[in-house]
Design a protein around this ligand. Sequence first.
Ligand code: HEC
Length: 160
Amino acid sequence: MIRSRSFLSGTVLAAVLAATIPGSARAELPQDQAERAVETRQSVLHLMAWNMAPLGAMARDRIEFDGERVTTNADRLLALSKMLSDAFGPDTRGNDVETEALDVIWENPEDFAAKVQANIDAATALVEISASGDEGAIKEAIGRLGSTCGSCHDDFRVDD
Ligand code: HEC
């Protein structure tokens, strides 16, 4: 009796563990929904890159500094940074999709959220500093924003 009870509880325990280990029983999204989710988040990131590119070039003195352009693009980058957490909401780990997003995004959501927040904070700082007209400080703030892109890619995007 005792032996069979402990066997049973062991089986139950194993089943409970299997159900609670993250990722072991993950629901797949309908394929069209997963593909749209990937398209959406990549679109947000494309727009971020499109707005960031001229600022990066200014910070590196590759193109002429244009304070108005910085202000405009910094506002856009701030708005886009606030879309990131929603854009990465759908968990596409279980689907066959073309993506550079690593599974750790959904395995360590707090770490990912911290990278999103760092990006929002750096964009907020750039918006504020861009109003100062202080070219040196603005270029530094552009560099800090750029490093939050790279820091998230290091941990959460497939290496190029
Ligand atoms: C919080 C994390 C995070 C931040 C911050 C971040 N990215 Fe990304 N980025 C990713 C991930 C993850 C992918 C891969 C997405 C995919 O393929 O589904 C990606 C992909 C991209 C892509 C490729 C998009 C495509 O069509 O495949 C570009 C370009 C890009 N990021 C630029 C940037 C720029 C520029 C910034 C900063 C202004 C930035 N990212 C900030 C995580 C981040």
